[in-house]
Design a protein. Structure first.
Length: 341
């Protein structure tokens, strides 16, 4: 297996990664990527089905026997589409790291397991992870009777012991438009918003001995029509990376915003403590994943090649040696987990 991976299987792994990168699958437009994967996996001898969210958007579920372990990741990417590039060390392009290289490594690992006679495992490749994990929530409606799910995200091939959660709040303020030369005639929605955001930034954030500290990011601010007009509307999207249950944090945020603006908690994804065992490097990751929405798919593990620090950037890339290592690690994880059953 090791000798094959260095040559033919490595080439197949790299070519599959590039093929996936070259299929534009920005969240909401995953149809072509899903069709490619379903066809590819059927040809590899896996029983393949679609979990349809809406026309043109489906998860791909591929099984061998009655699965008790599942390899899983997502096929969607953030914009913009960036086609693949390659040199001796790296594969470049949108999704190369997050998460099409990971997906390719899981497929090649599955092919190797099948060739060795390993049975009763599956692959689940989902849409929508980059925004609301709607693909994962769809998958969670009708799960198979699996015991473990190995989710793939860029962890530098370390086995994550935990992932932070997400609390998102959308805020909208209103004011009264007027000529900017006469500010006393108007009421600035932007100034209201800035005051609210400043207070949100001052909220003490919780800490966890494993996860570390929660963080907050004011990711989007919009408002105003022209430089010489007092703005009558403004909005912001605020994202907390959480390390514990959010009821106290929500109360603190609501104490700031209530009665001063329109607001909505759009997403509240809990942090996850994941499975780990001896022989694997470990870490805690600060991002969230599909795992909180896959609560009925067995005990979670999280591992994948690549660095989250280059994901979502114009220089996204993944090292070829990490991809080949990931195939070995996924193969080993499936075998180790089956020994536990």
């Amino acid at each position: 297996m090791d000798h094959i991976l260095i040559s033919e299987k490595a080439m197949e792994l790299f070519e599959l990664t590039k093929a996936l990168v070259n299929i534009e699958s920005i969240t909401g437009n995953e149809k072509a990527c899903g069709e490619f994967l379903a066809d590819y996996l059927q040809k590899q001898g896996f029983e393949t089905s679609l979990q349809t969210l809406e026309p043109g958007r489906s998860n791909v579920f591929a099984t061998l026997g009655r699965p008790d372990v599942v390899l899983s990741t997502h096929m969607d990417t953030v914009p913009p589409f960036i086609p693949s590039g390659e040199d001796d060390e790296w594969i470049y392009g949108r999704g190369s790291c997050d998460a099409k290289g990971i997906l390719a490594a899981q497929v090649i690992a599955a092919q190797g397991l099948k060739a060795e006679g390993v049975k009763d495992f599956a692959m689940l490749f989902m849409v929508g992870e980059e925004i609301l994990s709607d693909g994962a929530r769809k998958a969670n409606e009708q799960p198979p009777d699996v015991k473990y799910i190995i989710n793939g995200e860029p962890t530098e091939n370390k086995l994550a012991v935990g992932t932070k959660g997400i609390l998102r709040i959308d805020i909208k303020t209103s004011g009264k438009a007027a000529h900017s030369a006469y500010p006393e005639m108007g009421e600035s929605a932007i100034l209201k918003l800035l005051d609210i955001l400043d207070e949100i930034r001052r909220i003490p954030l919780p800490e966890d001995p494993v996860m570390g500290s929660a963080t907050v990011n004011i990711g989007v601010i919009q408002g105003g029509k022209a430089i010489n007009v007092i703005p009558d509307s403004a909005s912001a999207i605020v994202l907390f990376r959480t390390v514990s249950a959010t009821h106290e944090l929500r109360e603190k945020v609501e104490a700031v915003v209530k009665g001063r603006c329109e607001y909505e908690f759009v997403r509240d994804t809990k942090p996850i403590h994941t499975e780990h065992f001896e022989g694997f490097e470990t870490e805690v990751v600060s991002y969230s994943t599909d795992l909180p929405s896959l609560t009925r798919w067995g005990r979670p593990l999280l591992l994948g090649p690549g660095s989250i620090r280059v994901a979502h950037t114009d220089h996204e890339r993944i090292r070829k040696s990490e991809l080949t290592k990931a195939v070995e690690l996924y193969t080993r994880l499936v075998k180790e987990l089956k020994k536990r059953l």
